[in-house]
Design a binder for this molecule. Structure first.
Ligand SMILES: [Zn+2]
Length: 237
């Protein structure tokens, strides 16, 4: 019986080691996810600025086209004026030209404003691009580090899996099955220490008869509350 319990304890220990190592790997994977997320975010910021800039550039081109068309209209009207016979017509065309010139001035103001916005945006974009490239370089390094760590942990896991297989080989299949099922049901803890009349797995009081039987070490005993296999630890231990 003592040997069975020892094997169970060893199995529990190696399972816990594997769990801890896997949790460490999961944490590293999560960190890697965080790193690539920050890269994506920086990339998005660059893309947003880039598309605003493209938008502004096309608005600028539109303003330039309107500006050119207005200038052409003015030139045409001025040519037409020379052939006008009546004073009334002359005044009408004159008003048209004045309005068109006012329009041209407005467009020029808008153009200047647009050019200013484009310059500002281009500067901002250059800064963000620089930051993005920095993040990309930096994160590639950090991700490589995490991957190395994950690999290192994996070789520890592999060693522990080999050890687990060796332990399992020496155990009755039914005991392994019981242990595995309990581990699944009891958040990774199939064994519990019995101490001072209590099960340390669920902190419930154990029936005195059961507790006494633990001293006899004749059979595997389980906690009636959490069903974990009990291991007696005497106070002095
Ligand atoms: Zn219990």
């Amino acid at each position: 019986m003592k040997k069975k319990l020892e094997m169970l304890e060893e199995l529990q220990e190696v399972e816990q080691l594997i769990d801890t190592l896997k949790a460490a790997q999961d944490a590293l994977h999560a960190e890697m996810g965080g790193i690539s997320q920050s890269v994506d975010l920086a990339r998005e910021e660059v893309d947003v600025l880039q598309s605003s800039l493209t938008q502004f550039e096309s608005e600028k081109a539109e303003l330039e086209a309107t500006h050119a068309a207005e200038l052409e209209n003015i030139a045409r009207s001025e040519t037409n004026m020379k052939e006008i016979k009546t004073n009334k017509e002359f005044q009408a065309v004159g008003r048209e030209i004045t309005a068109a010139k006012k329009q041209v001035t407005e467009i020029e103001e808008q153009l200047l404003q647009k050019i200013g916005q484009i310059e500002e945006l281009a500067g901002e974009l250059a800064t963000k691009k620089g930051k993005y490239e920095e993040i990309v370089e930096n994160s590639a390094e950090r991700i490589a580090e995490k991957q190395t760590e994950i690999k290192k942990i994996q070789s520890d896991i592999d060693a522990d899996i080999t050890r687990r297989e060796a332990v399992i080989k020496g155990m009755p299949a039914s005991l392994v099955k019981k242990f595995t099922l309990l581990r699944e049901q009891r958040r990774g803890q199939a064994l519990a220490i019995a101490k001072d009349g209590y099960c340390m797995g669920c902190n419930m009081h154990l029936p005195p008869q059961l507790y006494n039987n633990l001293y006899k070490n004749e059979e595997l005993l389980t906690c009636p509350h959490c069903q974990r296999i009990l291991i007696l630890k005497l106070q002095q231990q």
